[in-house]
Write a protein that binds this ligand. Structure first.
Ligand SMILES: [Zn+2]
Length: 237
């Protein structure tokens, strides 16, 4: 079975699909290369012990390196949703993510609330970031995460035309509110289950403080943190 057929079956079963309405027939197809309905997910396959560690808002010099060091110590791999302007500011750090075996994905160019923006402005946010990441790392992302999760379903085709699936999350410890590293760790470990997509930010030092205990705790619980390409695969194959 092709991977895309497999993912479609998962979607039909309600696994990881938060917009079943988009998969209904009789909906107009998208003009252009990707005549396929936009693919939205908020979790991955729930069988086995895989889950995904995702880090948003980087690369951030001084924080991202600390997260990378803790991943490397344990031979774990994650998915980094990068801000295009920060990739342009720190291309070597973005490149390092790929060199160390992590997945890179699109998190817009300047981190605006896309839901209130014109289609043209949204398209520019996504395409400039695709270009920045490709330039810095040699890898063109296939997943996009809207800043603040603020994205309208009608905007989905803007992403799918670029070959981008839209990835939300299922575990949010709200590390951005800086509740303390032990609280971040506890929130992640208590909410994680097979198939989880865990939302963290390589932006705040508190998150870097928390990751050793998060990684150790997940491994102790027999979870297998898995980068997107081995977990949710390609949105459109
Ligand atoms: Zn963000």
């Amino acid at each position: 079975m092709r991977r895309n057929d497999f993912l479609r079956l998962l979607s039909m079963a309600g696994v990881g699909c938060i917009t079943p309405g988009l998969a209904q027939p009789n909906q107009p197809t998208i003009e252009g290369e990707f005549e396929i309905n936009p693919h939205f997910i908020n979790s991955g396959p729930g069988f086995g012990n895989r889950l995904a560690l995702t880090f948003d808002d980087g690369p951030t010099p001084g924080v991202t390196e600390r997260v990378l060091a803790e991943l490397s110590k344990r031979n774990l791999h994650a998915t980094f949703f990068l801000i295009g302007s920060k990739v342009d500011a720190s291309p070597d750090l973005a490149r390092r993510l790929v060199d160390e075996g992590h997945d890179v994905a699109n998190h817009s160019y300047t981190h605006p609330r896309l839901a209130g923006m014109s289609d043209t402005a949204v398209e520019q946010q996504l395409s400039r970031t695709q270009e920045a990441i490709t330039r810095a790392t040699g890898v063109t992302p296939v997943w996009f995460r809207p800043p603040y999760g603020a994205f309208r379903r009608e905007q989905g085709p803007i992403a799918s035309k670029m070959g981008l699936g839209v990835a939300y999350w299922s575990v949010d410890p709200k590390d951005w509110s800086q509740p303390g590293s032990s609280t971040i760790t506890q929130r992640v470990l208590s909410a994680s289950q097979p198939g989880s997509i865990i939302l963290l930010h390589d932006l705040h030092p508190q998150t870097a403080d928390a990751v050793p205990a998060i990684f150790d705790g997940l491994v102790e619980r027999a979870f297998l943190p898995t980068p997107f390409h081995n977990f949710v695969g390609m949105p459109y194959a």
